[in-house]
Design a protein around this ligand. Structure first.
Ligand SMILES: [Zn+2]
Length: 61
């Protein structure tokens, strides 16, 4: 079990998906949609959260 700080995972622009890593609550447009206010990356919000958790756990390089 890897402990991961899950805070901000759903509002951080996912580097793993080609994003910029920008953190802003405005990135989370709706419950289902993520759109980065800085680089414009659009992704499913659940996917963004999952990618960021994996990245923090060191499972993505
Ligand atoms: Zn971004």
């Amino acid at each position: 079990m890897i402990a991961v700080d899950a805070r901000n995972t759903s509002r951080t622009c996912p580097l793993a998906a080609g994003g910029c890593g920008h953190i802003a609550k405005e990135n989370r447009v709706t419950q289902a949609k993520f759109e980065c206010v800085k680089c414009g990356l659009v992704e499913n919000a659940d996917t963004v959260g999952a990618l960021n958790v994996l990245q923090r756990a060191g499972l993505l390089l």
